[in-house]
Design a protein around this ligand. Structure first.
Ligand SMILES: *Cc1c(COP(=O)(O)O)cnc(C)c1O
Length: 376
């Protein structure tokens, strides 16, 4: 992957080989008849949508999925040749573009299909659709057998819309709650019976369900967070059937180093005061890069050692308390490994009271993505 020369040393290093290894390990674990749908929404969970999609397909994924129609268009325009599914809602007006580019869309009601059929005035190629069934997530989808019957009828009478898939989404698969997930699965199987013919791709499992409920793998799994080597939750993380390879590393360099006498204040608000003569390093990364202000106190790695961010995190820079004098240009790892130490997205997530998914998508566009190996 070509990267334009950038001068700021702050970058995210993405290991596409780790992603490919996760796909291969997943394929070996899944039943032979189950395909892998690589979920690359939100710019591939911050890893780069086009790069991840291509790498995942090369490693054996049969299809990729995104959340929005615009994400799907970007993948196609970026040269992704596999099938692409938009899992979220699409406006009716997207139907034409979806046909042109061969994008699969999600339908959730009969009226959408009626309107789309009208929008697509002449038949060139079919509009491939997956019917979303809401079995307990409460987000989008057909909720009853009656509503599904109506969808089936409209599908039968439309000459442009082609039924390809049916899917549902689990709300609690990452928790210790197999009963809720079983209820959702059973309801899904029952509703799928309403199709006169079983759609060719019936799918339900996200990463968590893929790991915990192999019996629910069906025709395909929609593998998102764990494609990137991250467990969906600590609960699932302690029950993984194979080791995940992390693919994301956030690094920068020491930009400025100074010794500060005891009793001096650091950064906005002067809320950090040196308790002794201290070495303070400045790194060129701040909250505009996704290093949220709430991460004050979080440690970073330099020379294989942990040291804390001190004072308020600024928009573009922040300060680190160094254990001794260190040199400008020294590598600083904010997420990733150095020697025997590792800082994970989970560690940031815990500090911020959120989940690693949110960390992955919070590292902003200003941080250049570089494709290479993240080991060391
Ligand atoms: C995001 C998403 C997934 C992937 O979930 P992970 O927990 O990241 O594996 C699957 N299906 C739908 C509908 C989604 O929105």
């Amino acid at each position: 992957m070509e990267n334009e020369m950038e001068f700021r040393p702050t970058k995210a290093v993405i290991d596409l080989q780790a992603i490919q290894q996760n796909v291969r390990n997943l394929t070996a674990y899944l039943p032979r008849e189950t395909a892998v749908i690589a979920v690359v929404k939100a710019d591939g969970y911050g890893h780069g949508e086009v790069e991840v999609a291509k790498a995942a397909i090369k490693a054996g994924a049969s299809m990729v999925a995104v959340a929005t129609p615009d994400e799907a268009v970007r993948l196609k325009e970026g040269g992704v040749t596999s099938d692409v599914l938009v899992m979220g809602p699409s406006p009716v007006l997207f139907a034409k573009k979806a046909i042109d580019l061969g994008i699969h869309v999600t339908v959730t009601d009969a009226e959408w299909i009626r309107q789309a059929t009208r929008v697509v005035d002449e038949f060139v190629k079919p509009l491939n659709v997956h019917v979303k069934i809401d079995t307990g997530m409460g987000r989008i989808g057909v909720r009853t057998a009656d509503a599904l019957q109506e969808v089936v009828q409209v599908l039968n009478s439309s000459d442009v819309v082609k039924l390809v898939g049916a899917f549902t989404h689990f709300a609690c698969a990452d928790e210790d709650d197999s009963l809720t997930t079983k209820r959702q699965f059973d309801k899904f199987m029952e509703l799928v019976e309403n199709f006169p013919e079983r759609p060719s791709i019936v799918h339900a499992a996200n990463s968590a369900a893929t790991f915990l409920y192999p019996d629910y793998a069906l025709d395909a799994v929609r593998f998102g967070i764990s494609l990137y080597g991250i467990a969906p939750s600590a609960y699932v993380g302690s029950r993984l059937p194979f080791t995940l390879q992390r693919a994301f590393c956030l690094e920068t360099e020491l930009a400025y180093v100074k010794q500060v006498e005891k009793g001096n204040r650091i950064s906005y608000g002067g809320t950090y005061e040196t308790l002794e003569d201290e070495w303070i390093g400045t790194i060129p990364i701040g909250y505009a890069d996704g290093l949220k202000r709430g991460l004050r106190g979080q440690e970073v790695l330099i020379a294989g050692e942990r040291m804390p961010i001190v004072g308020t995190i600024c928009m573009d820079q922040c300060m680190v308390k160094l254990p001794r004098e260190m040199h400008v240009g020294e590598k600083v790892t904010l997420i990733g490994k150095q020697a025997d130490e590792e800082i994970t997205m989970e560690e940031w997530a815990e500090r911020l009271g959120t989940i690693p998914y949110e960390i992955a998508v919070t590292i902003s566009k200003r941080v250049q993505r570089v494709y290479g190996t993240t080991n060391g």
